[in-house]
Design a binder for this molecule. Structure first.
Ligand code: ACO
Length: 398
């Protein structure tokens, strides 16, 4: 397989170790602080544009498949026909997980959050494939294939196990996205549902240095294995300010109940300085382009399978928010409509973020590769504000 000839590190430039920062200026949340060069993803936050390796997201979502997009992100170029066939076949061959992983998942409390189960099971892959040969192209390729192949299987297995059922084995003749939906329901999905799901995976696959990808790069910079890289990123994605917001959006829409109550809800939330979930983004000052595409997907699904009553609530909230939050550059982000799409596809609410992780693993792995291409361990500074040196006091004098 010609991966050796690919430029893994497209976009990464050698780091000048002599460029040292001397003036310590605190930037909370590292806003506007570049921490790497990257050639993976370009965001234009004022025009609402997003490209993966130069290809507009709208075009990829329309014409590509998730596995083709993952290949593009990780290896830098769109695959040839043979490369894509091989990649799809390799991923298909590695979908199954060891019975030990299934047994481990059975030991987890069924009330636990699926993101915690995913983080633990992703990390456990490092035990099974423990050879750490991050400069060996075969090891890298195998790790990429395994992570992309097995993460959906582990998400679906935990879902079955917590319902009291045995995990459903992957079905070899089903494509990637159809197979995931099959493992969740034991039914072959409707072709439109499978295609929309695959396009959702494309949309969520990469988004530059968001919190989880930064986490992945920090972990990668220690030269640990890719399973640890992905596990740390999964843990970061789980938070409600990041990937976890898609769950909270549905809870918020249900709290609003009907479109006519959207205005009151918004006014009260603004007065109480409560965040509107699914709104706002560090990079965008306009509507997230992925939110626009997801809204189209939602409408496509609703016209085929019936409307979700919460869609009108979402539309009413967005309309109200334009005048009240728009002037501050706060608009719907990727999480605002994704929950409604996933809900229509029959995906349980607490699997929305694991589904995000199934997709984002492609971006994390692309950044893992890029980080290794020009690595320097992340070790930022702090501004110390604690106590000055003082004398230790024995217990009886404290
Ligand atoms: N609702 C209401 N006000 C908001 C929102 C929101 N969703 N987002 C930001 N603001 C306001 C803040 O209150 C703040 O106002 P102030 O200056 O008057 O105090 C200002 O906008 C800046 O907000 P920060 O939280 O400092 O912006 P930051 O760039 O740090 O945060 C974030 C971005 C975390 C996405 C934020 O917009 C947010 O919490 N959104 C809701 C959660 C969410 O949807 N997360 C998913 C993001 S997409 C993703 O991760 C996949």
């Amino acid at each position: 397989f010609p991966i050796e000839q690919k430029n893994y590190f497209a976009g990464a430039k050698a780091i000048d170790n002599k460029q040292k920062t001397t003036n310590l200026v605190l930037k909370p949340g590292l806003e506007g602080v570049p921490v790497t060069n990257s050639g993976i993803c370009e965001i234009n936050g004022t025009e609402g544009k997003l490209n993966y390796r130069g290809y507009p997201i709208s075009e990829l979502a329309q014409k590509s498949s998730f596995l083709e997009t993952a290949f593009l992100l990780i290896w830098g170029e769109l695959p040839t026909e043979n490369e894509l066939k091989k990649f799809e076949k390799d991923v298909q061959m590695h979908r199954r997980v060891s019975f030990r992983i299934r047994d481990m998942l059975k030991c987890f409390p069924e009330s636990g959050h699926p993101m915690d189960a995913l983080q633990a099971s992703a990390a456990s892959l490092g035990l099974f494939y423990s050879r750490r040969a991050i400069d060996d192209p075969k090891y890298i390729y195998d790790a990429v294939v395994r992570l992309i192949a097995k993460i959906p299987t582990m998400v679906a297995a935990f879902e079955q196990i917590r319902k009291g059922d045995d995990p459903i084995q992957p079905q070899d003749d089903l494509p990637y996205s159809s197979n995931f939906l099959y493992m969740l329901t034991e039914r072959e999905p409707n072709p439109l549902a499978a295609r929309v799901f695959d396009r959702c995976l494309i949309l969520h696959a990469e988004h530059s240095l968001n919190a989880s990808t930064f986490s992945a790069r920090v972990t990668a910079s220690t030269l640990t294995d890719p399973y640890a890289v992905v596990a740390s990123a999964v843990g970061t994605l789980a938070g409600p300010l990041h990937g976890g917001a898609n769950e909270d959006v549905i809870a918020m829409l249900e709290e609003i109940e009907t479109p006519d109550k959207a205005s009151l809800f918004l006014n009260e939330a603004i007065a109480k300085k409560r965040k509107i979930m699914g709104f706002g983004h560090r990079e965008y000052r306009v509507k997230d382009p992925r939110a626009t595409i997801l809204q189209d997907f939602a409408e496509e699904l609703f016209s085929e399978f019936g409307k979700d009553e919460m869609y009108e609530v979402a539309q009413a909230l967005e309309e109200e928010a334009i005048s009240k939050l728009g002037p501050k550059g706060i608009f719907p982000n990727v999480d605002f409509y994704s929950g409604l799409v996933y809900r229509k596809l029959g995906i349980p609410r607490d699997l929305f973020t694991p589904v995000f992780a199934i997709s984002r693993v492609a971006g994390w792995l692309a950044h893992w590769r890029e980080q290794l291409g020009a690595n320097r361990i992340f070790r930022p500074s702090q501004i110390y504000e604690g106590a000055k040196v003082r004398n230790w006091q024995p217990l009886e004098r404290r």
